[in-house]
Design a protein. Sequence first.
Length: 208
Amino acid sequence: MTTIVVIAKEPRPGRVKTRLCPPCTPEAAAVIAAAALHDTLAAVTASACSQRVLALEGRPGPWVPPGFTVIPQVAGDLGARLAAAVESVAGPVLIVGMDTPQLTSSILDDACTRLNEPEIDAVLGRAVDGGYWGIGFRDRRRGAFAGVPMSSGQTATRQLDRLRALGLAVGDLPWLRDVDTFADAREVASTVPGSAFARAVAESEAVA
């Protein structure tokens, strides 16, 4: 049984999705971020994972669904925060961000199944911008993020190199598009019509 951890920021204007501005205002960017987080948490809720954890920068609110344990993120860069989040969980763990609202419970369940295959030690889901949307560990995870540059076009490649250097057999997960720019937001929204994320993007365009 696998724990899924969502690492996220409280969706406050000026603190999230700043690369959407312009064309978005900080308030509109926060609405889009809140929708992305809503859809991500909904997918995790609908998955068959054994535990659900939200590693949060900021304060939780009524938008946190039932069934999630909320833990604060540690201080430091993204690598340090990822390491702390995965090391806080015993047993198999999959950690995902809030930038891929097109995630579904079936994608998450398939990732957890892949992670629990006997010949697999870790899984990695690449993003088209060179980063990754998800990473998981069946057992060993200490030191997994050491020396990996975050938020670069080589992050996923360097992360894969690091996992292999630790002697971990890595399984591939599907490639997904992160929402970093407004062009990304439009593209992802087009793949999930009717979602909270798609509605938020459409509303932001209507008032732009």
